[in-house]
Design a protein around this ligand. Sequence first.
Ligand code: BES
Ligand code: MN
Ligand code: ZN
Length: 498
Amino acid sequence: MKIAFASPSLPAAGAVVVFALEGRNFSATGAYLDKLSAGALSRVVATGRFSAKRGEIVELLAPAGIDLSRVLLIGLGKPEALDALGAETLGGNVVARLASSGEEAVTVIVDEVEGVALKPAELAARIAYGALLRSYRFDKYHTKKKPEDKPSLAKLTIGVAQDGAAKKAFQPLEKIAEGVFFTRDLVTEPANIIYPETLAKQAKALEKLGVEVEVLGEAQMRKLCMGALLGVGQGSVRESQLLVMRWNGGKAKDAPVAFIGKGVTFDTGGISIKPAAGMEDMKWDMGGAGTVVGLMKALAGRKAKVNVVGVAGLVENMPSGSAQRPGDVVTSMSGQTIEVLNTDAEGRLVLADALWYTQDRFKPKFMIDLATLTGAIIIALGNEYAGLFSNDDGLVEKLTAAGKATGEQVWRLPLGEAYDKMLESPIADMQNISGDRAAGSITAAQFLQRFVNGVPWAHLDIAAMAWSKKDKPTVPKGGTGYGVRLLDRLVADNYEGK
Ligand code: BES
Ligand code: MN
Ligand code: ZN
């Protein structure tokens, strides 16, 4: 969808959106249109149940006296309570309403409204950002769509007095959205298209933004003794890869921040094979890696003033004659040995080597890993929060604040010695699952902690967040891109120019 900013005048044709305020009236342009239509807007409000709640929309088709195909009233809610996130919801809802309406262009008039704390330019930019995020589609494999089933909306214009300032405020947001879209694309692609080598190849495209991209193959990982990661991939005909991306936007001597993603491009469970029903979902078991790649795109795109390392462990977990067996003992890069009791607890094995490698090579300020790691986190938190585990209270605070600001929320769960003990193995330094099902997400995090070597670290279990079965205001159902906005914000608020 194309987005433009212009001065706040009514378009010659198409649809227009104006604000309605909870418990009050219309914005200035709304009041003007009401007059032009001899009170049609007021009558619509008086007749129905529209109460101008945040993001609520009522639509008038071809109102008499107005030379437009439709007028939409969108509720601002209480003006005092309207923040950046609320503004994004407005934009998202406009797109959701009009995407397949037959309307090709829409103009949103951002009038100044008393009580709204956001500056009009910022309000306008955030509406545009929300609209853009919601406009995402993944259509490439539909070859037979009828024209009437295709989305119509192609252009959104924001009319605002400070259109220059709004455009400027939108620039970095557009770059973040491009990162989010990249993640959504990678997550949505099926596993016959995106596998370790092709995912790494996609990431190579970031080089044109100035990101340094390195890809290690199995021979190199063998030299590094990454027995935990390699064991997971050994049953697949696809070669495992370690993807290493670097964006150097900060001072040369500054230690980088590091993000590490689980990139299991398909998780059958391996020899501990998963049931058939729903197994197709495991194409998005590379969601953590997808987020790290999209985040690098966002940060490089907006030229963030920070040094960043992005690492993704890319493997396919398959059953075959060469697959690892339950009970196998592998040696990780850290030197610690692991008894693989369940080949379906593979994400932690991949991350064990990716985390160790990252701290060993880059000495980062902190490491944050993202992983679709456990089904148990979906049981614990539903689809509202990612599970957060950390050895650093400061990092938790910053992540929690970034979560609130972006709507990509996190909720901390505990770590502790008693949980760690549940990983003791009779034959190796640890086993990859605990003896029973209790605290499954925590024992998984506890396993990861054994490979961070004391570095400040946070683990985000995004198993419930990488994919959505429902539309949200700024996230259409499907691959969500969860984590790109969260971590971009964490970096922007805490690690740039400081
Ligand atoms: N990729 C799965 C976790 C998952 C489940 C992600 C559902 C998204 C949706 C992970 O590799 C896995 O299989 N975990 C097991 C761990 C168990 C064997 C200890 C699980 O959660 O069942
Ligand atoms: Mn698994
Ligand atoms: Zn998995």
